[in-house]
Design a protein around this ligand. Structure first.
Ligand code: GLN
Length: 465
C-alpha cells in the first residue's frame, strides 16, 4: 500500500465526516496528496512518522494552508512560515491533512466560540466536544487520524480529550516550541498533542519536543525516547490523590469512575498517597485574570493593518481599527479583552493582576511540596462529561468552571495527561488526569499507557471511521 493511497483514504474519511462533525476548517487535499507522492517517490524514510497523517489546530501556522484561529478577523489568513512543531513533523515524514476548528483564539471550553460553527461530539451530536481544541480532538476521536496537534492555555487539550474519550497531553512549559503558535496568553500557552492512545502521543512528542532557536522559552532539557519508555514498570510509582478536590461541583458518575481508576492503579502496583493542593481553589480566578490580561496585550496586533480582515467604510485610521476589531472579533474574545484591560488598568493592577501573580506562585509551590510525596497526582479532568450544545453558552462563569481541574497545571507550568477511564450511564466518556513535575512526560505517558492497555473503553463513538 502506498502512502498516497493511505492518505487519500484519510482525506475521504475527513470529508465524509466533516458534514456532521465540522471538525476541520480546511482539509488540504491537494497539499497532502502531493506530499504523500513525494514521500512515495523519494525512497528514503525520513523518520518514524513516515506517512503518518496528522491534523493541526488552526492557530498553529502552516505556510501551505490557512491559519484562522477560528476567527473572522484572520479569516483565511495564510502565514509566511510553518510553526516549528509543524516543520519538525513534516521533516520526520508526517503528512498534515488539514486545519481543525477551534474556539476563537483558543478562548473557550466547548468550541461554541468558533466563528465558523461549532464542532459536534462524535459520541452524541447534541453535545459539545470540549474546547478550545475541539476540532483536533474530534479528528482523532472519530478515527480520521491517530494523532493531532492542539494548544493548551488552561486545559484546551485535556478537557476535549476527556469529553471525546481519547488521550491528550499538555507538556511542560518550554518542552515544545511555540514558534508559529498564535499567542493567547504567553506565560501559559503550550502546543499539546491528542492521540487515540498515549503511544501515538509519545511518537509525536519525541519528534517535536526540544530546544528551538526561534523560541527562547524552549528549554535545553534532553528529549527522552518516549516510545521505548512507554513500557517501563509502574509498580512502586507513587500517585497522590488531592481528596479535597473531589467534593462540591463534581458529577457523581465522574467521581466514581475516577475513584475506580485510582483503585485500578493500586491493583497495577502503584502506591496511592494523600496530597494537598490548598490553593487550587483559586486557580480559576487566577487563570481568568492572568490569561485575559495577557490576551488583551497579545490581541492588540489584530488591527486590520497587518493580517486578515479589514473593515470597509472607515474614513480615518482610528475608525478603521475600531470597526475592524468590532466586526472581526466575536463576543467571548471581546469579553476577555475588556476583562484583561480592566485588570491591568491603573488602580486595579495591584488588586487583580499583581495579586493573581502572587497566588500563582503559591499554587506552584503547592505542587512542588506535593511532588515531594508522590511522582504523579491524579484528579478528574473535568467536573462533568460533555454537556449539551447551548447549555452553558449564555453563562460564561459556568463555562469557566469547566477548567477547574486543568488550569492549575498551566499556571504551574507542569505537564498533564488526560486519558479515558470509563463511560457514564448515558454512554459518554469520562476522563482522568495525571499531573507530574516538570519534565516528567515520560512517566506520565508510561502510567497512561499501562492504564489504557489494561482498561480500554468498551465502545467506540457513534461517528467513527
Ligand atoms: N477553557 C479555557 C479558556 O477558555 C482554556 C483555553 C485554552 O486552554 N486555550 O480560556
Amino acid at each position: 500500500m502506498t502512502i498516497r493511497s493511505n492518505i487519500e483514504k484519510t482525506l475521504d474519511n475527513a470529508e465524509k465526516l466533516n458534514g456532521s462533525l465540522n471538525s476541520f476548517l480546511k482539509i488540504d487535499r491537494d497539499y497532502a496528496l502531493r506530499r504523500a507522492e513525494e514521500l512515495d517517490n523519494s525512497g528514503a524514510k525520513p523518520g518514524a512518522l513516515h506517512g503518518f497523517a496528522v491534523a493541526v489546530k488552526d492557530n498553529i501556522c502552516t505556510s501551505f494552508s490557512q491559519t484562522s484561529c477560528g476567527s473572522k478577523i484572520l479569516g483565511d489568513y495564510r502565514p509566511q512560515y510553518d510553526a516549528t512543531a509543524v516543520s519538525r513533523l513534516i521533516d520526520d515524514g508526517a503528512v498534515i491533512i488539514g486545519k481543525t476548528n477551534m474556539d476563537e483564539f483558543a478562548m473557550g471550553s466547548s468550541n461554541e466560540n468558533s466563528a465558523f460553527g461549532n464542532v459536534k461530539n462524535p459520541w452524541d451530536l447534541d453535545r459539545v466536544p470540549g474546547g478550545s481544541s475541539g476540532g483536533s480532538a474530534v479528528a482523532v476521536a472519530s478515527g480520521v487520524v491517530r494523532a493531532s496537534l492542539g494548544s493548551e492555555t488552561g486545559g484546551s487539550v485535556r478537557q476535549p480529550a476527556s469529553f471525546c474519550g481519547i488521550a491528550g497531553l499538555k507538556p511542560t512549559y518550554g518542552r515544545i516550541s511555540r514558534y508559529g503558535l498564535v499567542a493567547f496568553a504567553s506565560s501559559l500557552d503550550q502546543i499539546g498533542i491528542f492521540g487515540q492512545t498515549s503511544r501515538d502521543i509519545a511518537s509525536l512528542l519525541g519528534v517535536i519536543a526540544g530546544r528551538d532557536k526561534n523560541d527562547s522559552t524552549t528549554a535545553d532539557v534532553a528529549v527522552s525516547d518516549y516510545v521505548s519508555e512507554l513500557d517501563n514498570d509502574i509498580s512502586g510509582i507513587k500517585i497522590g490523590v488531592p481528596r479535597a478536590l473531589f467534593g462540591e461541583g463534581l458529577d457523581d458518575e465522574v467521581r466514581n469512575s475516577v475513584e475506580n481508576a485510582i483503585e485500578n492503579y493500586r491493583k497495577l502496583g502503584a502506591e496511592i498517597v494523600d496530597v494537598e493542593l490548598p490553593n487550587s481553589k483559586y486557580s480559576i480566578a487566577v487563570y481568568y485574570i492572568l490569561a485575559t490580561a495577557e490576551a488583551s496585550s497579545n490581541l492588540a496586533r489584530f488591527d486590520g493593518v497587518r493580517y486578515g480582515f479589514r473593515a470597509e467604510d472607515a474614513h480615518e485610521l482610528r475608525e478603521m481599527y475600531m470597526k475592524t476589531r468590532e466586526e472581526g472579533f466575536g463576543a467571548e474574545v471581546k469579553r476577555r479583552i475588556m476583562l484583561g484591560t480592566y485588570v491591568l488598568s491603573s488602580g486595579y493592577y495591584d488588586a487583580y493582576y499583581s495579586k493573581a501573580q502572587k497566588v500563582r506562585t503559591l499554587l506552584k509551590n503547592d505542587f512542588l511540596s506535593a511532588f515531594e510525596k508522590c511522582d504523579a497526582i491524579i484528579t478528574p479532568t473535568s467536573p462533568s462529561t460533555a454537556f449539551k450544545i447551548g447549555e452553558k453558552s449564555d453563562d460564561p462563569l459556568s463555562m469557566y468552571l469547566s477548567d477547574i481541574y486543568t488550569a492549575s497545571a498551566n499556571l504551574a507550568g507542569i505537564p498533564g495527561i488526560s486519558i479515558p477511564c470509563g463511560l457514564s450511564s448515558e454512554g459518554l466518556p469520562i476522563g482522568v488526569q495525571l499531573l507530574g513535575p516538570a519534565w516528567s512526560e515520560s512517566k506520565l505517558l508510561c502510567l497512561a499507557n499501562r492504564f489504557e492497555s489494561e482498561f480500554p473503553l468498551s465502545k467506540k463513538p457513534e461517528y467513527f471511521v
